[in-house]
Write a protein that binds this ligand. Sequence first.
Ligand code: BMA
Length: 364
Amino acid sequence: MRRFSVIAIALSMVAYSFADTIKINTPAQNLINRLQKVESKGVVAFGHHDDTAYGHSWVDESGRSDVKEVCGDYPAIMDWDLGLIELNSSKNLDGIEFSKMSAECTNHDIRGGINSFSWHLKNPSTGGDSWDCSDSLTVHKAVTLGTAENDTLRSWISNVADYILTLKDKNGNYLPVIFRPWHEHTGSWFWWGKNYASIEDYKKLWNLTREIFDAKGVNNVVWAYSPDKIKNSEEYMERYPGDNLIDIMGTDIYHFNGADGLSDFISSANKQLSAAQKYAKERNKILALTETGSEGIPMNNWWTEVLLPLISKYPVTYVVVWRNAHDKPNHFYAPYPGHASVKSFLEFYNNPKTIFNREINNIK
Ligand code: BMA
């Protein structure tokens, strides 16, 4: 009896350390460790959506980047969107070939950068886009077993997991990525927004996503949560799906109306970032400004006078600005050569607080 329990204890210790080893060695855990190193250095990694896919006046030119043309370095974080992968489309909702996106992710990994994904998926009830909120029961149906919408959503989530499993580093190993689904849910512009989902149903979206990823053995995803505007800090957590499902506590907030909208932006951003910081700290999670920007960058000094002071107040690990569309002249969030905010961006780039590709490559 005694010998048996000694053996049992020894075996369970082996099993425990084996499980621990597996956890520590996943690509996801390695990326979490890396982001924590960025945090411990007190720097903020700069990210840009669709950076090398297209820019303000060009599309699909290998290696080209508006950010690089301005400051000589790629962003540290490349952000991408998986919208339309659910329909097995060859291109995403903004016209990027998924095969090209995969190649760009591998290229960015080789140069030492980090890749992140959002997902502006279709509405599984109406067939409309993410912004189609015409059926307020979409979420409820999509998370309820036995409905056609649930079958649809399951197959769509499976497509995302399958795509993420195709992403490989240069040695053919799984590429660690950040995935940030069901974002900006404190607003009501997406069908999963707060006016269209009970708290419980919203959380079920996350549980369903994770269940499908786990069943496929996906181990290269770092999960990010990103509410938009909130009334108070409690609202940040109201729909939080749980510590076991989230690694990064982020927030999305845009600066509208240039100088006139500055105080609104700063007050919302402070409210959101201080809530995210508080909960991230309590839970030992990573803090990030997962989406921001000022469309068309109407304030020439935006980088140094608005964004830099904001991100310097909080231990944010990274900040992502949205895309530079090639087909909508004023829809850009990073500068391109000749833009009036270039001087400010170069100061932002040179400030010790910010890191871009070359510097994040040294944090492994
Ligand atoms: C929005 C805009 C759209 C785009 C969408 C998804 O904010 O940039 O033009 O299609 O994001 O990327």
